[in-house]
Design a protein around this ligand. Structure first.
Ligand SMILES: [Zn+2]
Length: 263
């Protein structure tokens, strides 16, 4: 099982080495900004690396919203990131499920997701797999609770869409981690990546505050069981820099390695 971390984008391979990580995830541009990603000088090195590469799309992206001034640039930025992610050999582009504003019809939000993939398909499709990630908060989110996720997948299921399951977001979002993989897979048919994070916020709090695996409000054994059930690569997005993340990765390797059974 490949286990890695979300790292600073300056030199992701050095960050991987510092954590003994099999995978890295990073941003290609300011996560709070709208600027398109710039070409990277290390693109060839990243493509050739043993380390698996994942790209996280900026947080500002919200392709679901009914607000044109957010939705249209969001689509464009997502497409630009898929192109840029392809140049570094990324296995996936992770993007949050997004939301509609209070009072807006969530059904339109799901249809906006469908249109995002439909428009991309017209120009040859996204150049890397797009993995929609579950989110922790908000009452109008497309991928917080599983009832919404099911409606989202009804809308986008005809396209090749991946799923990234974040344990902090699920727990804080109000979904019990116990048995969650089966409930998610019944909807999406797949889990492409697990974001293994503990949660500073309580169950159902809606707070997106990651913690190291041995901290927070989630029993770490539940995270381990979820990873084992998902059988997908893992990225920790936990605090503490290289030291904190290396400890989280080592913890997962120890827990998962000890009891791995033949599939
Ligand atoms: Zn995440």
């Amino acid at each position: 099982m490949r286990i890695g971390a979300h790292v600073d984008s300056t030199d992701p391979l050095a960050e991987a080495a510092a954590r003994a990580a099999d995978a890295v995830q990073f941003f290609l541009s300011d996560p709070q900004g709208w600027k398109a990603p710039k070409p990277r000088e290390d693109a060839e090195r990243l493509r050739a690396a043993e380390v698996d590469i994942y790209v996280h799309a900026p947080y500002v992206i919200n392709v679901a919203t009914l607000n044109n001034r957010i939705r249209i640039p969001s689509r464009k930025l997502l497409l630009g990131h898929a192109d840029a992610a392809a140049t570094v050999g990324a296995k996936g582009l992770i993007v949050h499920g997004g939301h509609v504003n209070a009072g807006d019809d969530l059904a339109v939000g799901f249809d906006n997701w469908r249109k995002t993939f439909a428009y991309a398909a017209e120009s040859g499709g996204f150049r890397v797999p797009v993995l929609i990630e579950n989110t922790a908060g908000g009452e109008n989110a497309c991928a917080r609770r599983l009832d919404a996720l099911a409606r989202l997948w009804d809308a986008v299921g005809e396209f090749e869409v991946g799923f990234c399951l974040d344990t902090c977001h699920a727990h804080a979002g109000g979904e019990d981690l116990l048995g969650l993989v089966d409930r998610v897979k019944a909807i999406t048919g797949r889990i492409d990546l697990v974001h293994a994070n503990n949660s500073k916020g309580a169950f159902g709090s809606g707070q997106d505050r990651h913690d190291n695996l041995d901290g927070g409000t989630i029993d770490p054994d539940l995270v381990v069981a979820l990873i084992r059930a998902a059988g997908a690569p893992v990225v920790v997005e936990t605090p503490g820099g290289a030291t904190g993340q290396a400890a989280d990765i080592a913890f997962l390797r120890e827990q998962l390695g000890g009891e791995q059974r033949p599939a």
